[in-house]
Design a protein around this ligand. Structure first.
Ligand code: 5AD
Ligand code: SF4
Length: 442
């Protein structure tokens, strides 16, 4: 049996694509953790920001020596950088055998055959506007508590800083029948208890494909699957967060009380330049309504600092939004120019040291808020879906609350993987909570 080593960078969509590739390579390949023993090395890349893209180049360099020693080794690059750079990758790194774009990776098997037959690199980067991702069942991880499920591909929003619409193509939703079959398969065959429905903007699911129904109705259908305990989803664009969806989140017991709702910036002027299509006031109004319907909901967000033209006053409005909204947690990034993205040509780029300083201030402001929110869990009993043993301590269990906070806890028995349990929170750390098992949850 041949071995495949796969290195994944970037978002959950990439993690899912890597899993799909592993399924497609069954039964010819098994997964290995050691690149030295692999017959096929795949690097799944991300180009949403500058930093992860740089990682690809250092990674390819690492594998050059292996290829010298074993010329039969195949090296493939997939993901957003593969899509973006295409032929340029094999021009720069002639020892790369396969370059598979964000739609082409489904053809991995025939691409490998072609590579072996023709003896030269295979580069596939076509992006079709009506691309339909095939249904791929079966994976190399037969038993697990959580799994990702793609519900759509691509993005039509064209936020001016973002490369995604150019490297992942137009937004296309998957038919609900395919999604339901995939979730049923995961629950019945792989023991999955929690699925995360993935899309660049899940809130616009089915808007172009009227017969599919909208995202709220998809959530309802998925929640009817027996044996599935929890449903998460990401990412939600604030402009498409409807009253109907808010109600489903609030009322459906299987839908987790957490929403990732990227704000990006707090100033209306910058939001407009970003083409985000909402104002800070509209954002706040949606958050208030959501909390009215579902007081326990945790909201997390993405923030970009130093977008072209961002003044100190604009930036202070981002800090002000952090304080007003009080996110559970945020991911914050320094703006970087991306190929194709419109903002690349905007003037008034913010100097690196100012971006650095603003990022630090955002971190500090949010750390304080997160600490206060985490502290508020202490003394409460929370429901946790057990994912397995804690990484830090083999004698403890780990899982997440419905609000997506990590909990490490002691328990009288350790064979509770996949079970919902009640945990009493005893202390709060920076990125997780600690507690002890109280009882099973039904
Ligand atoms: N610069 C910095 N951050 C970016 N993101 C997307 N594009 C850029 C960019 N050019 C961030 C956004 C997005 C997250 C996935 O990455 O915050 O929500
Ligand atoms: Fe990028 Fe905006 Fe689409 Fe998100 S919604 S993937 S930020 S273009």
């Amino acid at each position: 049996m041949k071995k495949v080593y796969i290195r994944t960078f970037g978002c959950q969509m990439n993690e899912k694509d890597s899993e799909v590739v592993l399924s497609l390579l069954q039964p010819d390949f098994v997964l290995t953790e050691e690149p030295e023993s692999a017959d096929l090395i795949l690097i799944n890349t991300c180009s949403v920001r500058e930093k992860p893209q740089h990682k690809l180049y250092s990674e390819i360099g690492r594998f050059k020596e292996l290829k010298k020693k074993r010329p039969d080794l195949l090296i493939g690059v997939m993901g957003c950088v593969a899509q973006q750079e295409g032929e340029r990758i094999v021009e720069k790194y002639p020892y790369v055998d396969l370059v598979l774009g964000t739609q082409a990776f489904y053809q991995i098997k025939s691409a490998i055959e072609r590579r072996l037959r023709e003896g030269k690199p295979v580069v596939l980067t076509e992006l079709k506007p009506d691309f339909k991702p095939p249904l791929v069942l079966g994976s190399s991880k037969p038993k697990r508590v959580k799994a990702f499920v793609n519900i759509m591909q691509g993005c039509d929003n064209f936020c001016t800083y973002c490369i995604v619409p150019y490297v992942r193509g137009r937004e296309v939703s998957r038919p609900p029948e395919d999604i339901l079959r995939e979730v049923e398969y995961l629950v019945k065959e792989e023991g999955v208890k929690e699925v995360t429905l993935l899309g660049q903007n899940v809130n616009s699911y089915g808007l172009k494909e009227k017969s599919y129904g909208d995202f709220a109705s998809l959530l309802e259908k998925v929640s009817q699957i027996d044996g599935l305990l929890r449903i998460r989803f990401t990412t939600s664009h604030p402009k498409d967060l409807t009253e109907r969806l808010m109600r489903i989140i609030a009322e459906n017991p299987k839908v987790c009380k957490h929403i990732h709702l990227p704000l990006q910036a707090g100033s209306n002027r910058i939001l407009k330049l970003m083409n985000r299509k909402y104002t800070r006031e509209e954002y706040i109004a949606k958050v208030e309504r959501l909390r009215e319907l579902c007081p326990e909901i945790a909201i997390t967000s993405d923030i970009i600092v130093g977008f072209p033209g961002e003044t100190e006053d604009d930036f202070l409005q981002t800090i002000d939004m952090l304080e007003k909204v009080r996110f559970h947690e945020i991911f914050s990034f320094k703006y970087s120019d991306r190929p194709f993205a419109v903002a690349k040509n905007f003037k008034d780029k913010v100097p690196e040291e100012i971006k650095e300083e603003r990022l630090k201030r955002v971190h500090e402001a949010q750390a304080k808020i997160t600490a206060e929110i985490y502290q508020s869990y202490v003394g409460k009993e929370v429901e946790v879906l057990v994912e397995g043993r804690s990484e830090r301590d083999e004698n403890q269990l780990t899982g997440r609350t419905t609000t997506n906070v990590i909990v490490n806890f002691t328990a009288p028995r350790l064979d509770l993987e996949g079970k919902l349990v009640m945990v009493l929170i005893e202390s709060a750390g920076k990125h997780s909570l600690k507690g002890r098992y109280v009882r099973a949850s039904f």
